[in-house]
Design a protein around this ligand. Structure first.
Ligand code: GDP
Ligand code: IMO
Ligand code: MG
Length: 423
């Protein structure tokens, strides 16, 4: 068997959680492979809403294994809080939420360092979620990190204190950053006890063994491809590989074990935090997208920046990820627009270009926009792809032909079942 992948093709928040939750019943295992509590994946069903940050979005599907893979960074406090909420919802996950021993731990001081780093950048700040993601991955690549498996070592506390002291000495450079370490540390110590009670696995053996045994695995991406540490709009990115390649390192599977790559895009585009965004609308149209799409961050509550769909950007991420199918979400958000635009090509100093330049921060691009007639109707009563208004079908079929990849699903609302499958 192979690992199918679901990931975001834009700057995050494409609706990955909803689609993973929907598709999860077709799989035996859902696994997060990178990122951490910077993610906020929203699930809505049976009149309930959950926002998951660390736990995979297959947790509400009975009997399904959910794995937090080795490429993920875990904040024990957030994880414990999330587990409490899931428990309160009456979901039993005791033997089906697995943690990879090689996943790294976010310490309270990692969060303070994140804050210090943003402070130091001033106007140039990344707009981080301040969950400690960057500093934790820095300690991982700097070979100083603490891993889930270390929680069971005799000298865990010694290593924790060494790392904490290192962080505290760095934090002395930022006296303006205030924190109450004692209170957070107490919560953290309590939360690692919760982690100690969860089943652990050697992720690479576990996943490969499961695939050999014929199990179906779905890898759930966090963030979006334009936030990838290598290929995103650096430095306004996150600190992990959010693209398909991240599945191989984040779960320990070889490239030839990757199956379908399902790329998710909104029917328009959003970004939260700083950094270049070629199709951003800083006018009343952008305001309307934000209002209709309720575009406020699931993790931080910040308003999301909104703009039109960007074909050079999407072609770039389709290429990077080897996307085999596309899911378009939030098409209903465009219901009230007279017309809808798509950036077909970029205009640069050297003419038209369909490539994302080396540095979008330093080379802003102009846009060649194509205009489409809106459909001006509710999609509430549309339950089959064929019943979408003609203007909406036209919009989707143009996107499909420009990207050269089939659109297989279209989401028409936040609820689990508001999804049209294209036959
Ligand atoms: P994720 O991080 O990719 O999982 O996405 P988020 O949960 O951060 O943001 C997506 C938001 O859009 C959530 O509030 C979802 O409930 C909502 N959503 C998902 N699909 C649709 C859709 O088709 N239409 C509408 N109106 N909302 C949607
Ligand atoms: P999901 O999985 C949208 C953005 C932050 C910031 C940059 C770096 O819900 O799609 P970090 O906290 O990683 O240091 O922030 O990345 N960012 C996200 N934007 N959705 C996310 O996750 C994000 N995770 C991080 O806003 O610009
Ligand atoms: Mg999100």
């Amino acid at each position: 068997m192979k690992v199918d992948v679901i990931l975001g093709l834009q700057w995050g928040d494409e609706g990955k959680g909803k689609i993973v939750d929907y598709l999860a019943t077709r799989y035996d295992i859902v696994a997060r492979f990178q990122g951490g509590p910077n993610a906020g994946h929203t699930l809505k069903f049976d009149g309930k809403k959950f926002v998951l940050h660390t736990v995979p979005s297959g947790i509400f599907r009975e009997g399904l294994i959910n794995l937090i893979g080795n490429g993920v960074v875990i904040d024990p406090i957030t994880l414990a809080r999330e587990l409490r909420q899931i428990e309160e919802a009456g979901v039993d996950f005791s033997d089906r939420l697995l943690l990879a021993r090689k996943a790294h731990l976010i310490l309270p001081t990692h969060r303070y360092l994140d804050l210090a780093s943003e402070h130091a950048k001033g106007k140039e700040k990344i707009g981080s979620t301040l969950k400690g993601i960057g500093p934790t991955y820095m300690d991982k690549t700097g070979r100083n990190g603490l891993r889930v498996g270390d929680l069971f070592e005799k000298d865990f506390e010694i290593h924790y204190n060494t790392l904490k002291e290192k962080h505290l000495s760095l934090l002395q450079l930022y006296p303006e950053v205030e924190f109450d370490l004692a209170a957070e540390e107490a919560k953290w110590m309590e939360a690692i006890e919760v982690m100690r009670s969860l089943p652990l696995v050697n992720c690479e053996y576990y996943i490969n063994g499961a695939l050999d045994a014929g199990k179906k695995v779905l890898a759930e991406g966090a963030q979006g491809s334009m936030l990838d540490i290598d290929y995103g709009t650096y430095p306004f990115v996150t600190s992990s590989n959010t693209i398909t390649a991240g599945v191989c390192t984040g779960l320990g599977v070889a490239p030839q074990r990757i199956g379908e790559v399902i790329g998710i895009t909104k029917a328009y585009c959003t970004r939260v935090g700083s950094g270049p965004f070629p199709t951003e609308l800083e006018d009343e149209v952008g305001e309307l997208l934000r209002k209709e799409g309720q575009e406020f961050g699931a993790t931080t509550g910040r308003p999301r920046r909104c703009g039109w769909l960007d074909i050079p950007q999407l072609s770039y991420t389709v290429m990077l990820n080897g996307v085999t199918q596309i899911v378009v979400t939030k098409i209903d958000v465009l219901n009230n627009f007279d017309d809808v635009k798509i950036a077909r090509t970029y205009l640069t100093d050297s003419g038209l270009s369909s490539e994302v330049p080396f540095d979008l921060c330093k080379t802003p691009v102009g846009l060649e926009l194509e205009i489409f007639r809106g459909w001006k109707q509710s999609l509430e009563e549309v339950h089959r792809f064929e019943d979408l208004p003609e203007a909406a079908r036209n919009y989707l079929s143009v996107v499909e032909s420009w990207l050269g990849v089939p659109i297989t699903m279209v989401s028409t609302g936040p609820e689990r079942n508001q999804l049209l499958l294209k036959s």
